[in-house]
Design a protein around this ligand. Structure first.
Ligand code: ZN
Length: 420
């Protein structure tokens, strides 16, 4: 099966794009239709842009959107999230995940790295929606190494889940954070992940309080603490890292760990604006971008996160040249794809055919001096007309097949989930 996209704007040049199977086979002006069954799309007035890789979220929590806003973190967790999460079941997870996938498709994301529970149901929803994910099993031990046997038991059961991996879904391990998981469990989980070449995805240094407590309890920063327990290498992704010392940045660079910035979540939860992007880049750390869950950033819109990340860095450094559009696009696309082992995040020959066609006949793209600038700084996701993932069209005319049923089911599931 092939699809030929004619007259599309790519890097501000008009060209054609030929998709064959799940890859971008050719990019050139005047490509001839290769076969009678090739679908031809006239993309006059549209531009092609890569889809996003959302490197940190908790996708079934999309059902908590708008529930318990504007509360202190601990009160929010204790009174709104944890009591209701006891009601989670397979059906809630499936439709909550589908709702999140639908929102990602609508906002131009085709791959995400998640941290939650009920992974088989998440995996089924992701496969049914046709996008890609790395689903991390969330693990806790109450920061008490006496509970390591429970973690081991969970990992024994996890072996069955691993068999569900395919081209669209990979699995990872997600020890929650250094304040909920002991060093001994981190070491065990990391060794288990390493043996099976799985990613380890965790929360680190999200708040000043977390850093203060880790210093008090272990005499180490959260990053130093994880390093001590051999939890950091090029297959480790660390969400947040809002509070990093120079030594932490050196450790991250030396170990090859990836950092995921979540600007909207860090702002909404009052975690802070301290993300040290220029220093991380200078040290050679791989920086990626995420939205975090919808209960702490309220949407899964990566384009909005890119703009926020860029503006925060310019504001906090008082330097408008920091994080130009080429870099902000990279943290939201290729930098994440690289860690996940996927050749995506670029519209280029040989890459996976994951991209969007955006409508240029819109106020945000008028005038269009620079497509990337308008996409990141001016537009919103309503300009996305068509979305490709793995060579298949998942959205046309900004409509996803079955979206009405997904939203109807999600409303039912939210009622079943939220009781207090
Ligand atoms: Zn998170």
């Amino acid at each position: 099966m092939s699809i030929l996209i004619k007259n599309v704007l790519l890097d501000d040049q008009k060209t054609d794009i030929l998709v064959e199977g799940n890859r971008i086979a050719k990019i050139a002006a005047g490509i001839e239709t290769p076969s009678a069954d090739c679908e031809v799309i006239n993309a006059e007035g549209m531009a092609a842009l890569p889809t996003f890789v959302n490197m940190h979220t908790h996708i079934p929590m999309t059902l908590f959107r708008g529930y318990g806003d504007d509360l202190p973190l601990q009160e929010w967790l204790n009174t709104k999230i944890w009591p209701n999460e006891k009601n989670l079941d397979e059906e809630i997870i499936y439709w909550g995940t589908k709702l999140g996938c639908l929102e990602m498709i609508k906002t131009g994301t085709t791959c995400f790295s998640d941290m939650y529970f009920f992974l088989p149901q998440e995996a089924k929803a992701v496969k049914d929606m046709g996008i890609r994910a790395v689903l991390g099993l969330t693990l806790f031990d109450g920061c008490n190494s006496d509970n390591l046997p429970n973690v081991k038991k969970e990992l024994e059961q996890f072996e069955q889940t691993l068999a569900l991996a395919d081209d669209h879904v990979q699995f990872a391990l997600s020890p929650h954070a250094p304040y909920t998981v002991s060093g001994a469990s981190y070491q065990y989980i990391k060794a288990y992940a390493k043996e099976r070449n799985l990613l380890m995805h965790t929360h680190v240094a999200e708040t000043q309080g977390e850093v203060d407590n880790t210093l008090r309890d272990f005499g180490l920063t959260p990053v130093q603490h994880l390093h001590k327990w051999n939890a950091l290498d090029e297959r480790s992704t660390l969400a947040h890292c809002v509070y990093l010392t120079d030594d932490d940045i050196k450790i991250l660079a030396d170990t090859g760990a990836t950092v995921t910035h979540n600007p909207n979540s860090n702002l909404k939860l009052g975690s802070g604006l301290n993300f040290r992007y220029p220093e991380l880049v200078k040290a050679g750390v791989n920086v990626t971008l995420g939205t975090d869950g919808c209960s702490s950033s309220n949407n899964l819109d990566m384009r909005e996160a890119v703009k926020m990340a860029s503006f925060i860095q310019k504001g906090r450094t008082k330097e408008p040249t920091v994080m130009p559009t080429s870099e902000s696009l990279a943290i939201a696309t290729v930098n994440g794809a690289k860690v996940l082992g996927l050749n995506m995040g670029r519209v280029a020959e040989g890459c996976l055919a994951d991209f969007v066609l955006v409508n240029l006949n819109t106020p945000a793209f008028t005038p269009n001096h620079n497509t990337l600038s308008n996409w990141i700084y001016a537009a919103d996701s309503s300009v996305i007309d068509t979305l490709f993932c793995d060579g298949k069209i998942l959205m046309r005319n900004h409509h996803v097949e079955g979206e009405e049923e997904i939203m109807a089911q999600a409303i039912k599931m939210a009622k079943k989930l939220i009781k207090v």
